[in-house]
Unconditional design. Structure first.
Ligand code: ANZ
Length: 974
């Protein structure tokens, strides 16, 4: 029978599902291997051919590892909370759960069709209560923990309370809010319950605190920095303002150093690690306290100093102003009545800018003077306090000692406002940031004059410490992560309120199920949608938290759930976590570099600290698959006509257009163009349908056309006319009888009509062809356009492979004879090649090697059973359906080849590939030696040196140098 991919693929997909072929064992004597894909958000559009790229690669790897004797965990699930379903709910009233359910069904159907070897018995959905029960449980553990810096790990809040009861706050070295109280044990005990709880909140790893957020009133939610562009929401373009709100946050900063160090121990792409390093942003510097000059209006101020963070404490003698963020808590108290107008106006102006804009804008100089001063702790000089938006409230201390002679921004600021600039270095041009490591020695204070950068830094820190005015400090750019959205479709936070303070609900009340609401919009009073739920109170009395968890909650631990997906007693059993440990291979997009991948590492470390998981890092090896871009096709319409010109004619027209500009005569479309008019000024004439305007520019519209009605860039005219009603009467100006479309590579998107649905490819060629073709497109990590031009070739290859097992009448027929040397050589070449390729994740190169091997075997007219059976196993990770079918036809016991043994490479079959290497000693060829071409240079060297004749020439001496040019010559110098 000819290659009937449809029947074969359906048959095996059914077989795998019915037999749970890919169910991983939880207890196995085999070594474990965990292959994970980033699980998808099930969007309404379904999968396009770009989505499965990474899944195909990981599936090949998973199947390969099974053949190699591993117990493979290869699960799949859905990150199913998220905005699109909620937006749809707002528009249509359809419950997001229903939309999500329908989308998941589409995804599942599409995934099944591609023949993935997922263990579906472990499927997870972040939006199902059985799953988010454990997301809520983890939240509770975070709430019940604090970070002990001395132990460098999270510990139970009970331990902190016990310490407070015995010793008060003394001896606690914690990651906490800035303002924590100092108290004795007795003082602690004297605090009221509420006061104690408020204090503990400053230590909990997840905590409620007032923070500045990007608030979008129109969308009724807080937006992340990357969702805001130029002060407007990216979606919808609504104004966004900075607002202080009570928000749940996660103290990820406690883990900054461990997150940084862990990067050195994992096998991830270097650029990705670098992004995380930058995001974490470790800076080594000092904190310095500048005493506030209280002679003026603020004599009553309770706070005595402003603390700054600086990485250049050595420049302290060049400080001529202190700049604090407009949001700094002291602004109001520091502002003198005379300056109030200017300060208020400036604050109003900065509210419109997002933090990202503020960081990005290095040119605009703006700010206002508060009217107050601080004193430089080292020389007592009076330094004015300004506010400016280049200082960010959330970084360091939100205050900067500005050194116009040392820092470019400070310099621009001082210039703009005509403030003094005191040089710190003996350099000519202070417009260039002073770099003491290059520019040499200090000049403006006896204290450090003549010292080098290192010496000056150490001296200043020592002096500040002595004065109690500062100390060395490491700062991280990373902030605590906001953990809440004012939206409906997310995990409810398992918290209720009593007297304004948050408390966890009882663990036995988990999961806290998302309540029903009448509308998915904020309430009239501006509360999140959960505020609409009627009778939704804890134990019937207490208000619940109304915000829901952010998108990253459910995805920050999901790989553990797969280890024990159906456990309703624990998030995963200890035995399962101990067995599966961590993810050996994780494949997914690089867009998650600083989101998902950082949060996951954070939660993983926390879960390890509390003893429920055992590895410090969750994902040992990670690969970012490239994006499959769309390959868009275009048609060219002459404006205001139904005429479409083929691509090269359009290009000619462009050339002619430039000729007209130059006033040259043209000859084109004799019938269509009135030349006389072209030369008049008023060439553009609607009624005449002339195609050029006054400037000689073409009036041609460039329209995207659905790539599914274009084959090899040739438009199917009949289909085009039917594609949209407005094209029914189209006319075409063809070239060589065809309409050729233009091409451009763009993002794959519905609006560009360049989306290719895997369903269509599978319908035409089958899943095995799709799988191999996606790999064939190029290296996995690279982005590349989808281009169906080569897909026929891959399909033909599979048919040719099938053909090897069949005679001319398409009857299955293989021979049981001894394989020939040539056959064995072909086979073992490919065994080795594919093994090497897969181990390097180079899937595209394997595909071409398969093609070569099948051509070789076809040329050899091979139908040898032993050879072909091994071929089937090697190819099966790539094209599993056809291989399963052939495996059965070859007479193997009923069942799957998924757990067959991977053929063993035997180098001896390749030895006849020899080359007669000239052996040259001191420039003279002494003899030729036959050596296998498969040997590496070092092996060739060893082989040559061991040869008795060579030994004779060397006369017992070791050569000084041996140069092996593989496949050419061996040179020795003695
Ligand atoms: C004095 C100085 C002199 C500085 C000099 C630099 C050069 P990184 O490396 O990113 O940590 N800074 C501190 N807090 C800030 C804030 N909240 N917003 C904006 N800028 C802030 O940068 C630390 C440096 O950035 C600090 O060192 C401070 O300026 C500024 F010749 O202090 B420097």
């Amino acid at each position: 029978m000819d290659y009937q991919f449809k029947d074969i693929e359906q048959k095996w997909q059914l077989f795998w599902a019915e037999n749970q072929t890919f169910k991983a064992e939880d207890n196995s004597t085999k070594p474990k291997y965990y292959v994970l894909d980033m699980f998808p958000y099930p969007s309404g559009a379904g999968l396009h051919v770009g989505h499965p790229l990474g899944y195909i690669a990981s599936d090949i790897f998973a199947r390969y590892k099974r053949l190699k004797g591993f117990n493979v965990l290869h699960p799949m699930g859905y990150d199913s909370f998220g905005l699109p379903a909620e937006q749809y709910a707002i528009q249509t009233g359809q419950h997001p759960a229903l939309t999500t359910e329908a989308n998941i069904a589409t995804y599942r159907r599409q995934l099944d069709q591609i023949g993935f070897s997922f263990d579906w018995s472990r499927e997870v959905r972040t939006s199902s209560p059985g799953y988010y029960k454990w997301t809520q449980w983890i939240f509770m553990q975070l709430f019940n923990s604090w970070y002990n810096k001395t132990a460098d790990k999270a510990e139970g809040i009970d331990k902190l309370i016990a310490h407070f009861e015995q010793n008060g706050s003394a001896g606690i070295n914690a990651v906490s809010d800035e303002e924590v109280l100092s108290f004795s044990a007795d003082e602690w005990k004297a605090l009221s319950h509420d006061e104690q709880q408020a204090e503990l909140l400053k230590y909990r790893i997840t905590y409620l605190r007032e923070s500045t957020v990007n608030w979008c009133p129109a969308l009724g939610t807080v937006l992340a920095n990357d969702e805001v562009k130029d002060g407007f929401s990216e979606r919808g373009g609504y104004p966004v303002e900075q607002k202080k709100m009570m928000q749940w946050s996660m103290r990820i900063t406690a883990y900054a150093q461990r997150l940084l160090e862990g990067l050195d121990k994992i096998d991830w792409p270097e650029p990705l690690k670098e992004m995380q390093r930058n995001w974490i942003g470790k800076s080594v510097g000092a904190s310095v306290r500048f005493p506030i000059d209280k002679s003026a209006h603020n004599a009553q101020l309770a706070i005595d100093y402003i603390e700054v963070f600086t990485t250049r404490v050595d420049t302290i003698f060049g400080v001529t102003l202190l700049v604090i963020a407009p949001e700094h808590e002291l602004v109001a108290s520091l502002t003198t009545p005379e300056q109030k107008g200017a300060i208020d106006a400036y604050i109003a102006q900065t509210k419109k800018k997002s933090e990202l804009d503020r960081m990005a804008d290095t040119k605009t100089v703006s700010g206002a003077f508060t009217g107050s001063y601080v004193l430089n702790p080292l020389n007592n000089e009076k330094v004015p306090i300004w506010i400016a938006d280049y200082v960010l409230a959330g970084y360091g201390t939100g205050a900067v000692m500005a050194v116009p002679s040392g820092d470019q921004r400070d310099y621009l600021f001082a210039k703009h406002f005509d403030l003094p600039i005191v040089p710190i270095m003996d350099i000519q041009n202070i417009e260039i940031e002073a770099d003491p490591t290059k520019d040499g020695l200090y000049i403006n204070s006896d204290f450090i004059n003549g010292l080098t950068y290192k010496e000056a830094t150490a001296a200043v820190i020592a002096k500040l410490e002595e004065l109690g005015a500062g100390k060395a400090k490491v700062n991280f750019r990373m902030r605590d992560a906001i953990f809440g959205r004012q939206r409906y479709w997310g995990e409810p936070v398992p918290v209720y309120f009593k007297d304004g303070l948050p408390y966890l609900i009882d663990e036995s009340d988990l999961p806290l199920v998302l309540p029903e609401v009448d509308k998915y919009l904020p309430t009239e009073s501006g509360e999140p949608p959960l505020g609409r739920a009627t009778d939704w109170k804890y134990k019937g009395i207490s208000e619940y938290e109304l915000s829901t968890m952010p998108g990253w909650a459910g995805s920050s631990w999901y790989w553990y759930r797969y280890m024990d997906a159906n456990n309703d007693k624990e998030f995963a059993s200890e035995a399962a976590v101990k067995y599966w440990k961590d993810v050996d291979l994780y494949i997914g997009g690089s867009e998650h570099a600083t989101g998902h991948l950082l949060y996951s590492r954070f939660w993983n470390k926390f879960l390890k600290d509390i003893g429920v998981v055992f590895e410090e890092e969750p994902f040992k090896k990670l690969i970012n698959q490239g994006m499959i871009q769309g390959r868009s096709n275009f048609v060219y319409r002459l404006v205001k006509t139904d005429k479409f010109v083929s691509k090269n004619i359009f290009k000619n027209l462009l050339e002619y257009a430039s000729l007209i500009k130059k006033g040259q005569v043209i000859q084109l479309f004799e019938d269509d163009i009135n030349y006389d008019k072209l030369y008049n000024d008023n060439v553009y004439n609607e009624d005449d349908k002339t195609y050029f305007n006054y400037n000689g520019e073409l009036l041609i519209q460039n329209l995207h056309v659905d790539v599914n009605i274009v084959t090899n860039d040739i438009l199917d005219i009949q289909k085009f006319k039917k594609w949209r009603p407005e094209f029914t009467n189209s006319e075409f100006i063809l070239e060589d009888g065809k309409y050729i479309c233009g091409v451009e590579v763009e993002k794959m998107s519905k609006s560009k009509f360049n989306v290719v649905n895997p369903d269509d490819i599978i319908e035409r060629y089958g899943a095995d062809t799709l799988r191999m073709y996606e790999m064939f497109l190029g290296p996995l990590e690279q982005s590349k356009p989808w281009n169906t031009n080569g897909i026929e070739g891959v399909f033909k290859f599979l048919r040719k492979f099938w053909r090897l097992f069949h005679n001319d009448q398409w009857q299955f027929s293989v021979s049981g004879a001894e394989p020939s040397k040539a056959e064995l050589k072909s086979l073992h070449k490919i065994i080795r090649k594919v093994e090497e390729d897969i181990d390097r994740f180079s899937f595209n190169t394997s595909v071409s090697s398969f093609m070569i091997a099948v051509n070789e075997l076809t040329d050899l007219k091979s139908s040898n059973k032993a050879i072909l059976q091994d071929m089937v196993v090697i190819l099966s990770p790539y094209a599993p359906h056809i291989c399963e079918e052939l495996w059965t036809l070859l007479g193997n016991a009923a069942g799957t080849l998924s757990y067959a043994a991977y053929p063993k490479f035997n180098p001896s079959y390749l030895v006849e590939d020899e080359f007669a290497y000239p052996i040259s000693i001191n420039g003279k060829t002494k003899m030729n030696l036959n050596i296998s071409l498969s040997l590496a240079p070092a092996e060739i060297e060893a082989f040559v040196l061991a040869n008795a004749d060579v030994q004779k020439y060397l006369d017992g001496k070791a050569p000084k140098k041996v140069i092996v040019v593989k496949g050419r010559i061996v040179n020795m110098v003695v």
